[in-house]
Design a protein around this ligand. Structure first.
Ligand code: EPU
Length: 421
């Protein structure tokens, strides 16, 4: 078991640079199956979910070279392979191979993906888009088996699913004919995926809107090679900004793209966080006075991301009065509250979508668990505020989504020790 031992309280200072976005690179990597020439990605985060996606792509015969933060992938010799259950279960993002593999090989076999338990996480959006583009899908033995090359069509993405939209796009790129994708998600990673695919020769129109038109290149056609840079991780950026605000720190965050975090900045203004923006890509947090309680609601982009809901709760423990969190995207993403309570927060889970936090409360060290990627980062943020030592167990979840979070936070004033037992 891996643990973080964190001594607090601490304030952060200096400068933090956000790395490449996990959920963007996890969509871009499998999309390389659509290309038959080498593709290079810069600013790839060194996280375990990237390693897991790499293992899946290597199974398909993609040759991968990964140095520092640059990854070159060559799918010229790629071939069909069924994904073993153990690989599919490591992370939910394994579902992102469905679109590219089916478009390239006319066939895909993927056991139901695993990932964080943050709600029901159905897969109907993915099944619908494959069927909507003319592919056959069978769901037996807990495995998604799909066959057939995609043809164009008019499809609607159930629940504006982010990865469902990404699979619709990668399928449609090599479809025979034109595809209209309605109720497409517009999260920054979806926009980045479209721009990346267009760079490699895809023809996607309406990028950034909820209605995409994809002019398919046709079955057995391919994208060409190229190089692209992964956008900064707006979720890491938001998480560190929240930590700085909660600890009343003076911190400059580089690669904080304002346009990706408008909803967070709006919440900051309402709560009373003191910050300044420089250019389009830098945020400075300054120590604030008394913070105000607020009702916070998560939403699809450009609303406040569900992934920032848990980190936000740490800030709300320091706000004066009773705050409410309304998690609209996932049911079951409030379970970390029990651990936050162990650290001294005054919380109450009203139902699977709503939690109430009354503050301000001092936090104190305790032993807690990282139950998923975002909840794990939340425990780190809370531990920075807490008096004494906090032990966080199961930090493997944190390593899935944040590159060397301990080292990077220690460089700006945190006291985090990594322990392997
Ligand atoms: N939904 C359906 N049917 C489906 C799929 C989803 O009803 O077939 C519902 C879900 O139950 C949920 C909502 O739609 O209520 C949103 O789910 P979505 O499919 O958009 O989530 P996802 O694509 O599985 C991605 C990110 C998550 C992030 C969500 C929401 C990746 C690899 N994962 O998941 O990121 O929370 O979008 O923005 O891009 C994380 O990084 O820690 C993480 C969990």
């Amino acid at each position: 078991m891996k643990q973080f031992l964190i001594s607090g309280p601490t304030q952060l200072h200096g400068e933090f640079t956000v790395v490449g976005s996990k959920n963007t690179v996890l969509a871009m990597m499998p999309a390389v199956l659509l290309a038959t020439e080498p593709v290079t990605l810069h600013n790839v985060p060194r996280i375990s979910d990237v390693d897991a996606m790499r293992a899946i792509l290597e199974l398909f015969g993609v040759m991968i070279d990964f140095h520092d933060h640059t990854m070159t992938m060559d799918a010229s010799q790629a071939h069909y392979a069924p994904v073993p259950e153990a690989m599919a279960r490591t992370m939910r993002a394994s579902i992102l191979v469905l679109g590219p593999a089916l478009a390239r090989f006319g066939r895909v076999s993927l056991p139901y993906p695993g990932g964080d338990y943050i709600g029901q996480r159905p897969i109907d959006a993915h099944i619908d888009v494959m069927r909507g583009l003319g592919c056959e899908v069978n769901l037996e033995h807990n495995t998604i088996e799909a066959t057939g090359y995609p043809r164009g069509g008019d499809i609607t993405v159930e629940a504006m699913s982010v990865t469902g939209t990404e699979n619709a796009i990668t399928l449609a790129v090599l479809a025979a004919g034109e595809t209209t994708i309605r109720l497409a998600a517009v999260e920054p990673q979806v926009v980045a995926l479209c721009e990346f695919l267009n760079l490699l020769g895809a023809r996607i129109v309406g990028v950034g809107s909820n209605r995409l038109i994809v002019h398919g290149l046709g079955p057995k056609q391919h994208l060409h090679g190229g190089a692209s840079t992964v956008i900064p991780d707006y979720l890491e950026a938001g998480t560190v900004a929240i930590a700085a605000a909660a600890t009343r720190s003076e911190l400059r965050i580089r690669q904080f793209w304002h346009t990706h975090n408008e909803a967070l900045l709006s919440v900051f203004r309402k709560i009373g966080v003191d910050f300044t923006l420089e250019g389009e890509e830098t945020l400075s947090i300054h120590p604030a006075g008394q913070l105000r309680a607020l009702r916070v609601r998560t939403d699809v982009f450009p609303g406040l991301p569900s992934d920032l809901q848990a980190p936000m709760s740490v800030l709300l423990t320091q706000a004066d009065g009773t705050s409410e969190i309304f998690e609209t995207v996932f049911e079951g993403r409030l379970n970390y509250m029990h651990d936050l309570e162990r650290l001294g927060a005054n919380t109450f889970i009203r139902d699977v979508h709503t939690a109430v936090i009354t503050g301000p409360t001092p936090l104190h060290g305790h032993e807690v668990v990282s139950i998923d990627i975002r909840a794990g980062a939340t425990m780190v943020m809370a531990a920075l505020l807490a008096e004494g030592q906090t032990t966080i167990n199961d930090i493997e979840h944190i390593d899935r989504g944040y590159e060397a979070l301990d080292e990077r936070l220690n460089a700006i004033g945190a006291r985090i020790e990594r322990r392997v037992q």
